[in-house]
Design a protein around this ligand. Structure first.
Ligand code: UDP
Length: 362
């Protein structure tokens, strides 16, 4: 079986790493399974792309479509045009896409229109928020995929409700968590740890990159100044995403606690998360990682497509703006951590399950 694997953005790279390892393991066992890796070039900054290939030992892509930035439609169209050429020149039996970025949807459509089967990893999650480009990408990708690999039974239900036939849906667990377990013994203290005098479990990690939090300069500044006060005596380590950096510009805000740094590689970032007091974020992936690492996570969004991180894990939705965050964080300081657990099948073996299923069906 020949699989073309697509990855375009930071969270995609983290998700494909264990899938490639699972394929290579089967190859070593003598299975006739081959892959070709296509990087769409949606994320091209070294700190969001190359670093992850190096740290997670992902092989160099066989093709980089180098689409780079653009409006939603310009980027999606550019990926489709380039990926069609890729598939016409390099035949395969299956295209495997992960997550919910533009590359995911664009490549799924191209493959399907060429009558190639599509596997979607992380299928079925829904925020219900159609203003998020990711939600549109999820719905379109799921509606045309042949294999839908899910992280929860809730995702299975969403797919069944939308009319997907049961035979296509496979609850396998979470590939992002495979990567976490595969690398926990490799996480590394960042070089700036001593420089900033960080102490175990006594600092906060902050990440923000969603349009609802970062696209309006005034609100973003107010939010950051509010978090700076809320942190009180704790340092706040803030790896600034390029999108957020573009809005903040070169202007230096006068923070007491917040320390702005470059986006971190996976190994340093996971070290920072694992040893933090709490995390404030608008990332979906980070709410999953904090759940497994049992670190309190406050998500600056009105909704989540990963409700199990709230109902089972350590995640709390705090909406947009500083008010609700202040209220909920203050109550957390008074009452301490609540009990949490790890969702079913988030055990580090999702990628192996995916490859085993694909091998039996093809
Ligand atoms: N991440 C990282 N370094 C950082 C910030 C995030 O390695 O400085 C990782 C993080 O651990 C998670 C992934 O990037 O695995 C999440 O990416 P992002 O927040 O961009 O995407 P989302 O999860 O919101 O789709």
């Amino acid at each position: 079986m020949k699989i073309t694997i697509v990855a375009g953005a930071r969270p995609n790279f983290i998700k494909i790493a264990p899938i490639i390892k699972a394929i290579e393991k089967k190859q070593n066992d003598g299975a006739a399974i081959f892959y070709r890796l296509v990087h769409t070039g949606q994320h091209y900054d070294k700190s969001l792309s190359e670093t992850f290939f190096e740290e997670l030992n992902i092989p160099q892509p066989n093709n980089n479509l180098e689409v780079k930035s653009g409006s939603q439609s310009v980027q999606t169209a550019a990926i489709m045009v380039a990926f069609e050429q890729e598939l016409l020149q390099n035949s395969c039996d299956l295209v495997l896409v992960v997550g919910d970025v533009n590359s995911t949807m664009a490549c799924a459509i191209v493959a399907k229109k060429l009558n190639i089967k599509v596997a979607h990893v992380e299928a079925g999650i829904r925020s219900g928020d159609m203003t998020m480009p990711e939600e549109i990408n999820r719905i379109v990708t799921d509606s045309i995929s042949d294999y839908l690999f899910t992280t929860s039974l809730w995702a299975n239900e969403n797919l069944l409700k939308s009319g997907t036939s049961k035979e296509k849906i496979h609850f396998v667990g979470n590939v992002m968590i495979d990567t976490l377990y595969q690398n926990l013994n490799r996480i590394t203290k960042p070089a700036f740890w001593d420089e900033y005098q960080l102490e175990l479990e006594n600092y906060i990690i902050l990440t923000l990159h969603r349009p609802s939090n970062v696209d309006e300069e005034q609100s973003l500044q107010q939010l950051l100044l509010g978090i700076d006060i809320l942190a009180n005596d704790k340092k706040v380590i803030f790896p600034v995403h390029p999108r957020t950096k573009a809005v903040l510009g070169e202007k230096k805000l006068n923070f007491k606690n917040i320390i702005c740094i470059e986006p971190q590689g996976y190994l340093a970032f996971m070290y920072l998360i694992k040893n933090s007091f709490a995390v404030i974020t608008d990332s979906g992936g980070i709410s999953e990682e904090t759940t497994v690492l049992e670190i309190p996570c406050f998500t600056m969004r009105e909704n989540t497509e990963r409700p199990e991180t709230q109902s089972i894990g350590t995640n709390t939705l705090v909406g947009i703006g500083i008010e609700k965050l202040t209220e909920i964080y203050t109550s957390f300081l008074e009452n301490g951590r609540r009990e949490s657990g790890i969702p079913e099948l988030w055990d580090g073996k999702a990628s192996e399950r995916i490859i085993a299923i694909l091998l039996t069906k093809n």
